[in-house]
Design a protein around this ligand. Structure first.
Ligand code: FUB
Length: 327
């Protein structure tokens, strides 16, 4: 008998999965995770332990159904511009085509973002020969708005190299950002109609407090670290992300897909394992948080498993904080 997928339990246990980007395509839930490998690597702040090589696509008929692994959808050896580290991907549908967006290090060891296409949400995906011109860093999240305009959000500190892109040029050894300086924000760029290039140069997103002041680099409970996600609820734009060093998923709300966004609070308290990474999706009249933790591997940071749980809003549009190991 096929095993149903329980809330707050790994979607699959035959492979390690992480960084889930969930979407409803063709009436089903499709999940685009990283595929963590069961190997031992040197662990450091550069993220060398996250040495992934390929992607698998998962799907569920609905939140109460079994999870299916559709097998390998793309391998780094088939991407001419990429050398290693296939990190958190996302997918989008437009022009009757499914697009898989993914970061990887290029042959100069610089993270770039590529795109691959398929007629099916399950893949396999055919990569473009070059990375998206002007792309850099990690964790692409692509949001297609109701007017059909598509935006890519991206960027990650430390191993994700965002500090090295404070100007339009890559700087291998950038100056330290002091705690009382404004934090680096994620980047956003509108995508071209064919979804294969940026329509414009990426711009930095402003995340501010209730007084309109930029969050500071030393404000590690609230400032952006990596893993952006965009969703829309009752006409407002919700930018959610990981705080990295304080291990939370938090969010900010804006009136425009490119910001500014006003910080609101915590969606998910820390999970087992250093990283935390999520997505938010509506299925029917309910909303779900997809996330990962390292429980299946007994706490190995680079051997994670994707899980999901329901996400609820308060009357005023704020999100109720989720404690992953309660109830
Ligand atoms: O999976 C590799 C990296 O870990 C992702 O790109 C980050 O968001 C973090 O989850």
């Amino acid at each position: 008998m096929t095993k149903l997928t329980n809330r707050n339990e790994p979607l699959v246990t035959h492979i390690y999965t992480a960084d889930p980007s969930a979407h409803v395509f063709e009436g089903k839930l499709y999940i685009y995770p990283s595929h963590d490998l069961d190997h031992v690597k040197e662990s450091n702040d550069n993220g060398d332990q996250y040495d992934m090589e390929d992607y698998h696509v998962l799907s569920m008929d609905g939140p109460d159904s079994a999870c299916v692994d559709h097998g390998q959808a793309l391998h780094v050896k088939d991407v001419p511009w990429a050398s290693k580290q296939m990190w958190a991907p996302d997918a989008a549908f437009k022009n009757d085509t499914y697009y898989l967006f993914f970061p990887a290090r290029d042959h100069d060891d610089i993270f770039r973002i590529g795109v691959a296409t398929s007629p099916s949400p399950a893949g396999p995906f055919e990569p473009q020969p070059e990375y998206i011109p002007g792309s850099f860093s990690i964790d692409p999240a692509v949001f297609v708005d109701e007017d059909d305009r598509a935006y890519m959000y991206f960027g990650g500190l430390w191993g994700g190299q965002l500090e090295k892109w404070q100007t339009d040029a890559y700087v291998a050894e950038p100056a330290e950002i002091e705690p009382d300086q404004p934090a680096l924000g994620p980047r956003v760029a509108e995508l071209s109609e064919d979804m294969l290039t940026f329509r414009e140069r990426p711009v930095e997103i402003a995340i501010v407090d209730e007084q309109g002041n930029a969050l500071l680099a030393g404000d590690e409970e609230r400032r952006y670290f990596e893993g952006p996600w965009m969703h829309k609820y009752k006409g407002k734009y919700y930018l959610s992300y990981s705080t990295g060093t304080t291990h939370k998923i938090v969010y900010a709300i804006g009136d425009n897909p490119q910001g500014p966004f006003v910080f609101q609070g915590t969606i998910l308290t820390p999970v087992l394992g250093w990283t935390t990474h999520h997505s938010i999706v509506q299925f029917g009249d309910k909303w779900y948080l997809f996330y990962h933790d390292s429980s299946l591997s007994g706490g190995a940071d680079n051997k994670r498993s994707v899980k999901f749980t329901e996400l609820e809003y308060n009357e005023d549009g704020t999100i109720r904080t989720i404690e992953p190991y309660e109830g």
